[in-house]
Design a protein around this ligand. Structure first.
Ligand code: PBG
Length: 331
């Protein structure tokens, strides 16, 4: 029996300098992507009550937002459109003058290649019923009829100047449908980010306020069930087979096991969406004085990096990039 511990794992934790040196995971501003909501018909930013610090922006604000993201050193911005009018077919999504396509055009012009311009490719903001696809005669989401619309939406977004299309609708075959439509139009350059393992989640609640969602019911017939991790991996592998350039796991915190499993088998980059409810939980808990806001934000992001997330969509992107530039570290 030895008088002393042979393994002293505390040794490397004794000073900030040592802890910094042995940190296994790090985060860089280029790994952060800012989601941006652009609303048709407004002239000043409208704060979103459920997401303190986040607003819907007018189209005219897009160039300044792009500039801010460039200055912060972010990897990109992800645009969402909030249209003034919605219909059953989601026609605003494929209209070159639809709010999202106009926002893409404004962002691409302002960016001039300095930052990636990404766009949400889904129908839920554009349909009057709020589902991510079009409905059949019996009111069910019609997978294959939706793929046809997604193909046209992909072309409209590529035409507007998006670098990366975020396929978030969870229809089977959506990556192949968009890839085929783009290839046929000579746009094999467009990057497809597949929201591969997207779970039917209560944590999207504040986002639905942000886009003024009209959804009645839920998305459980197309988004993944929280019980199923293996199925999340299967979704990612299927999307890679269909030609996805990047796959995503979403939400982040409750699905870090899925993230780690996808990261272990993926041959393409694996990204993560830290969603609106994850943001709101920390903001509201911090304003109630229950947790240290900045440490909680840092820890939530470090957990994602440790689990294998290579880039992160987060509503804190600009603020956190500022901390990282000041070399403040995270948690
Ligand atoms: C669908 C979409 C959603 C989110 C991003 N894209 C909502 C949903 O599936 O209901 C949620 C993002 C968030 O909660 O921050 N277009």
């Amino acid at each position: 029996m030895t008088a002393f511990p042979t393994r002293r794992l505390r040794r490397l934790r004794q000073s900030p300098a040592l802890r910094r040196l042995v940190a296994e995971a790090r985060l860089h501003p280029a790994q952060l992507i800012l989601p941006v909501f652009v609303k048709e018909g407004i002239h000043t930013p409208q704060p979103i009550a459920s997401m303190p610090g986040v607003s819907q922006h007018p189209l005219s604000a897009v160039p300044a937002l792009v500039e801010e993201a460039v200055q912060a050193g972010l990897g990109g911005i992800m645009l969402f459109g909030v249209p003034a009018v919605r219909d059953a077919a989601g026609s605003g999504a494929v209209d070159p003058d639809g709010i999202l396509n106009r926002a893409i055009r404004a962002a691409a012009e302002a960016s001039a290649g300095r930052i990636t311009v990404q766009a949400d490719l889904c129908l839920d903001e554009f349909t009057d019923h709020g589902h991510c696809g079009v409905l059949d005669a019996r009111g069910r989401v019609d997978n294959d009829a939706t793929l046809e619309v997604y193909g046209r939406m992909a072309l409209a977004q590529a035409e507007a100047g998006a670098d990366i299309l975020g396929l978030s609708g969870m229809m089977d075959g959506q990556v192949a449908a968009c890839r085929t439509a783009l290839d046929a139009a000579g746009r094999s350059d467009v990057v497809l980010l597949a929201y591969a393992a997207k779970y039917a989640s209560a944590f999207y609640g504040p986002f639905r306020d942000a886009v003024e969602s009209t959804l009645q019911g839920d998305r459980r017939t197309y988004q993944l069930d929280a019980a199923n991790g293996r199925e999340g991996v299967a979704e990612a592998l299927a999307d890679i087979d269909e030609g996805a350039d990047i796959v995503m796991v979403k939400p982040a915190g409750p699905y870090l096991d899925v993230l780690a499993e996808v990261a272990a088998v993926s041959a393409v980059p694996v990204w993560v969406y830290q969603v609106s409810g994850e943001y709101a939980m920390i903001e509201h808990a911090a304003s109630a004085g229950l947790i240290d806001r900045e440490r909680a934000i840092g820890e939530s992001l470090m957990g994602i990096r440790r689990a294998g997330g290579e880039a992160i969509l987060t509503y804190w992107a600009i603020e956190v990039a500022g901390w990282l530039r000041a070399d403040r570290g995270l948690a």
